[in-house]
Design a protein around this ligand. Structure first.
Ligand code: GDP
Ligand code: MG
Length: 224
């Protein structure tokens, strides 16, 4: 019992981190992340703010997808998070579906001042679940937290959705002020690193462990 408690304590321990510059040359582990959600909720601005500490009011609508990098050192390991920022255009559907398959973590974004973007979360979750690996981690993000006066979605409503769909984290952010923008990706790094250390495998090319895990699962299935 005590040993179990110790183990839980160890697992919940906050890991130290250091945010590294975007072009940091080396890394130990690399993970793919996908950012999804309705158009206009601030997916691109959030990725931009977290990685480049910049906010652009007239940011051009994403065509297809964009790619950002967030480097963070956790527990003395450099993690390179490759962030795939998508747009919802149907023509890019098959491309986005292939990103789902290869991602370790999905970030579903809505805007706290837009009801429709929150209502559509279950569509995004369904889409994700039917196209991604079953092990994918999922974060729910309420962006535009600076627009408190225009808020139509409460934190309680979002926490309920997190619970209903068993999502790994809920957080509010503002790409405009920078509130929680980097924290979001630090948390992503932490959760992926914890998952990685659980398997105690140190593949040379990082980010491969999920694939290996899947292979192992399939092998098991075959022999039973
Ligand atoms: P995307 O379609 O989800 O990628 O959304 P964009 O990142 O292109 O942002 C859409 C619009 O929302 C732009 O006009 C941004 O300036 C604005 N925006 C994005 N994030 C925020 C935020 O946190 N606060 C406020 N006030 N506006 C934001
Ligand atoms: Mg965009």
């Amino acid at each position: 019992m005590e040993a179990k408690e110790e183990e839980n304590k160890e697992e919940n321990k906050e890991l130290d981190y250091e945010i590294l510059r975007e072009d940091f040359p080396n890394y130990d582990l690399s993970f793919k992340l996908i950012v999804i959600g309705n158009a206009g909720v601030g997916k691109s601005c959030l990725s931009m703010q977290a990685t480049k500490k910049r906010f652009e009011n007239n940011y051009l609508a994403t065509v297809g997808f964009e790619f950002f990098v967030f480097n963070v050192k956790i527990d003395n390991k450099v993690l390179k998070l490759q962030i795939w920022d998508t747009c919802g255009q149907e023509v890019y559907r098959s491309l986005i579906t292939s990103f789902y398959k290869n991602s370790s973590l999905a970030i579903i974004v809505y805007a706290i001042n837009e009801e429709k973007s929150f209502e559509d979360i279950d569509l995004w979750i369904k889409d994700l679940r039917s196209n991604s690996s079953p092990d994918i981690k999922v974060f729910l993000i309420g962006n535009k937290a600076d627009l408190e006066d225009e808020r139509v979605i409460s934190k309680e409503q979002a926490l309920q959705v997190q619970k209903d769909f068993d999502l790994d984290l809920f957080m509010e952010t503002s790409a405009k002020t920078g509130f929680n923008a980097q924290n979001l990706f630090v948390e992503a790094g932490r959760i992926l690193y914890k998952e990685y250390t659980k398997f105690k495998k140190q593949p040379k090319v990082s980010g491969e462990y999920l694939k290996k895990k899947e292979l192992k699962k399939n092998k098991k299935k075959k022999c039973c």
